[in-house]
Design a protein around this ligand. Structure first.
Ligand SMILES: Nc1ncnc2c1ncn2[C@@H]1O[C@H](COP(=O)(O)OP(=O)(O)OP(=O)(O)O)[C@@H](O)[C@H]1O
Ligand code: SF4
Ligand SMILES: [Mg+2]
Length: 332
């Protein structure tokens, strides 16, 4: 097989992948720990096309949620560009921010805690519509019914409170709320992690159906590589606040070129990755990141250069980028 034969993209989602919807450039997200500022995201680039699903993976603490929250404009200390549909929304406020938020829905990990316990399901789903304005109560009631139907919630559940429902039902409510204003982009942060395995499959299938019907783009964050593989068109791998590698899903799983991606894939039972280097040691603290390549303290291939020069992402095959000085060539 030549590089020209490689699938550039084989979307399991909506089929055709459109123009860029979201372009994140040089994203930095800062927090403070014990009064000291540090970067949880340290200069990250991501591109998400219309109708495309991008999986975002990496160990706990690498900054995945910080990326999603920054894109949703929920983080206060952020720099870089967040270009959505051609407009940089990183610093917009007022009406423009309100309009942006309507186009981006977010679903979080903890299905019950992310819903207001004092409101009924009906009120929870109606809230974004009320905030958006322009709908009378009859239109809102009709839209809530439509959304409940879309996410497979029986109408009898609309008068319940979150604590009277299962985790899976609550996650359906969160999805309905996120879809209320017909967004173009859905940010899904570990949306199935807290659910039982059988319920996880139902929620994953629901997301796949919805994204097809609504032509949604999705940023799908999960530590479950099997689910990411099933849902994503492309996958981006993060390590300690930086991007290691991104590629179309089949390409990434078949030919991982970054030593960290290889280690991550090798940790999945039954994965036929040829590399056997398993990940050892802990993730360093983002307060004191290693110089040069942030992965070098755990990398089996590290050389002197790696401590001196931070690697920047380079294209090694069509639509496949790797930030490593010595990427592994896995061409069969
Ligand atoms: N509000 C905060 N204040 C201080 N530090 C934070 C805050 N939120 C996140 N962090 C730190 O920033 C880093 C990145 O956190 P983040 O939650 O984005 O990681 P993650 O990849 O989503 O992890 P997980 O897989 O566990 O959800 C971690 O070191 C975390 O402890
Ligand atoms: S740049 Fe060096 S340390 Fe970093 S992943 Fe590549 S080989 Fe390993
Ligand atoms: Mg997280």
């Amino acid at each position: 097989m030549t590089t020209a034969d490689l699938p550039v993209s084989a979307p399991p989602g909506t089929g055709a992948v459109g123009r860029p919807l979201l372009e994140v450039r040089g994203l930095r997200v800062r927090y403070r720990s014990g009064g000291r500022p540090f970067e949880a995201v340290a200069g990250l680039d991501l591109t998400l096309h219309q109708g495309e699903t991008l999986g975002l993976v990496g160990e706990s603490g690498c900054g995945k949620s910080s990326v999603a929250r920054a894109v949703a404009r929920l983080e206060p200390d952020v720099s870089g560009a967040i270009v959505f549909d051609g407009q940089d929304v990183a610093r917009t406020g007022g009406r423009a921010l309100k309009a942006y938020r309507r186009r981006v829905g977010m679903v979080f990990q903890d299905p019950i805690a992310s819903l207001n316990p004092r409101r009924t399901v009906r009120d929870i789903i109606a809230t974004p519509l009320e905030l958006a304005g322009g709908h009378d109560s009859t239109a809102i009631a009709a839209r809530v019914g439509e959304l409940a139907d879309l996410v497979g919630l029986h109408p009898s559940l609309l008068d319940r409170h979150p604590h009277e429902m299962s985790g899976g039902q609550c996650q359906r409510v969160s999805i309905a709320r996120a879809l209320a204003c017909v967004p173009d982009l859905l940010l899904c942060d570990e949306v199935v992690s807290a659910l039982d395995v059988s319920i996880q499959a139902q929620v994953v299938n629901l997301l796949m159906d919805i994204r097809e019907q609504q032509r949604l783009a999705m940023l799908f964050i999960s530590h479950d590589l099997a689910v990411v593989r099933q849902l994503s068109d492309r996958v981006a791998v993060m390590y300690l606040g930086t991007l290691c590698e991104d590629a179309p899903v089949d390409e990434l799983f078949a030919r991982p070129a970054h030593p960290y991606t290889r280690a991550l894939l090798a940790s999945v039972p039954g994965n036929p990755t040829p590399d056997t280097a398993l990940l050892t040691g802990d993730l360093p603290s983002p307060l004191t990141p290693p110089s040069g390549c942030r992965f070098r303290t755990r990398c089996p291939l590290a050389r002197d250069t790696c401590a001196e020069i931070p690697p920047t992402p380079k294209q090694i095959r069509p639509d496949h980028h790797v930030a490593c000085h010595f990427p592994i060539d896995a061409t069969p």
